[in-house]
Write a protein that binds this ligand. Structure first.
Ligand code: UDP
Ligand code: MG
Length: 323
């Protein structure tokens, strides 16, 4: 009988020094005898499972690709996808998931920030029946303040506006069951946040906590700018809150300026004694008009939302089982 195959998908952007150590760590993890107790049913992972690694070279400008090619010649469980240019991590991960053949797929970073020694826990959770297993980060020593605070604010915001439940500190270190992989591969969107899509798919989710290590070698390629861009795409692809917000703002402005206008009118023709100046009245009229415009934008948002949902082309529902 064939052993279940675990595909490990690794997006790579300028990681020449990390490829071999990562493969080495995976290999050791696979053939090493288990030390602690949470193992599912074998003392070595290799006794129960085969593994393959799919490196997706995301247009690296260093020697990453040569290193990967060399490795894939030397061992036969390493495959690769070579991009023509840098398309970004989300797309690279997607390509890896497209290419994977395993019964389960684990996506992880190349820089060894995702510890390999919890792979067993992922697999155990998967065997327990979780179709998606999510690595949740406890903390990172190497995080800058901007990243920490930015992340905190971002997750609070996402929690409020998102239509699907989002786990704070959830990372891209994830395991997907074959069924989830197939559903994922059927999603047509171009502008995408991989983990957002996985969250949208649903299925039974399990969580594993880990401490992120320092990056093994090289520089983190996510600049603050890239992170902000990522955050904006996440917000936009998860919800239409920003669009509706204009409408609510307009309503608020109208709610203030309308009674104000009434007071001004009454004051003009009877004598309340406020004696509003002409420019105050004019300002209030302008305010009211702005309110109307914003409300109209908010209304447009509902139409756009409709078009947007249609154009995403996502399946209407995802089925786990049927008879
Ligand atoms: N990565 C990629 N394309 C990019 C940027 C990053 O494939 O344009 C890969 C990178 O090689 C690594 C993973 O995505 O395997 C995470 O990148 P990084 O360590 O820079 O991000 P961080 O750890 O700060 O989230
Ligand atoms: Mg990293």
């Amino acid at each position: 009988m064939r052993k279940p195959l675990i595909s490990i998908v690794v997006p790579v952007f300028n990681e020449e020094k990390n490829i071999s150590p990562l493969y080495g760590a995976l290999y050791r993890e696979w053939y090493m005898v288990e030390r602690s107790s949470w193992l599912y049913h074998c003392s070595r992972l290799s006794e129960g499972y085969d593994f393959e690694v799919i490196f997706v070279d995301d247009g690296s400008s260093d020697h990453s690709l040569e290193v990967i090619k060399k490795l894939s010649r030397e061992v036969d469980n390493v495959r690769y996808v070579e991009f023509s240019r840098n398309f970004g991590k989300e797309i690279a991960t997607t390509a890896g998931i497209h290419a994977c053949k395993g019964d389960a797929c684990i996506m992880m970073d190349a820089d060894l920030q995702h510890p390999v020694d919890i792979l067993r826990q992922f697999i155990t959770k998967w065997r327990e029946g979780h179709e998606v297993v999510i690595g949740v980060r406890r903390r990172s020593k190497s995080d800058s303040l901007v990243k920490k605070w930015g992340g905190e604010v971002f997750y609070r915001l996402i929690r409020v506006i998102s239509d699907v439940p989002v786990i704070p500190q959830a990372t891209d270190y994830r395991l997907l069951d074959r069924q989830v992989v197939d559903e994922f591969n059927a999603l047509p969107e171009r502008s995408r946040i991989t983990r957002g899509l996985i969250d949208w798919l649903g299925f039974k989710r399990g969580v594993i906590y880990f401490d992120a290590d320092e990056r093994a070698s090289g520089e983190a390629s996510y600049s603050v700018y890239k992170l902000i861009k990522l955050a904006v795409t996440s917000v936009i692809s998860l919800s239409l809150f920003p669009l509706r917000f204009a409408g609510f703002l307009g309503l608020l402005i109208m709610a203030v300026s309308l009674p104000m206008g009434v007071v001004m009118l009454v004051d003009r023709y009877s004598s309340l004694g406020y004696e509003f100046t002409g420019s105050a009245i004019l300002a209030n009229i302008v305010l009211f008009m702005v309110g109307i415009v914003l409300v109209c934008i908010g209304l447009l948002a509902f139409y756009i939302e409709h078009i947007y949902h249609e154009s995403q082309g996502r399946p209407m529902y995802i089925v786990r089982n049927k008879k």
